[in-house]
Write a protein that binds this ligand. Sequence first.
Ligand SMILES: Nc1ncnc2c1ncn2[C@@H]1O[C@H](COP(=O)(O)OP(=O)(O)OP(=O)(O)O)[C@@H](O)[C@H]1O
Length: 235
Amino acid sequence: MSTPLVVSEVCKSFTMHLRGGIKLPVVENVAFALRAGECAVLGGPSGAGKSSILKMIYGSYAVDSGQIIVSHGEALVNLANADPRTIIAIRRDTIGYVSQFLRAVPRVSARDVVAEPLIARGEAAETARQKAETLLAQLNLPERLWSLPPATFSGGEQQRVNIARGFITDHPVLLLDEPTASLDKANREIVIDMIARKKEAGVALLGIFHDQDVRDIVADRVIDVTGFAPERKAA
Ligand SMILES: Nc1ncnc2c1ncn2[C@@H]1O[C@H](COP(=O)(O)OP(=O)(O)OP(=O)(O)O)[C@@H](O)[C@H]1O
């Protein structure tokens, strides 16, 4: 079984420039590997560093030290020191990310927001839009909303657009930050089903799910982030 992501010895602290430059360590020596076809879940209390770990893997947060090795096409790339162009290419082709909140682009329809990652990978616009519609229908987003910009949608509607956008490509690694937080039970079950299908397709998923029921269903294993707490190491 392939291992598309290996995290080792990753440390992260935040420097508070407005507080005299003090350093707040968040996680130390983060280490785990993600296998194709599994869904691992980051566990631990609020503030333990779960979102920070996802953001480092997506290249949104810088890494202080350590390695995040991702299989990108034929190459192995260390995301911890990758240049911005490489990070953009990895986001286009290798690592997908569903955040908790949709960053809505003004005047772009929900259909096009969802289709955009496929078009960026070279898919014909019409094919991408059709696939977007299929996903939006699957997620029960009313058809009358498809041609509207999502800025005025409800929280749950925006989240479904976000999920469709994250799931439309066949990225080998998919990061999920609370993808079901604003959804009702019926739509949560649809997303659980979509996660299962990604696993069957060999995608490696890493998620944060505060909803215990969802977590119990989707998680093949839980990575306890408290094990990477700086305080514990010092003790
Ligand atoms: N951009 C930032 N600047 C400064 N501190 C930050 C930043 N992002 C996160 N932190 C701090 O890092 C710590 C870990 O935050 P993080 O969001 O990763 O935790 P979490 O486990 O995902 O929490 P939650 O379950 O509440 O979402 C917190 O103390 C938080 O205040």
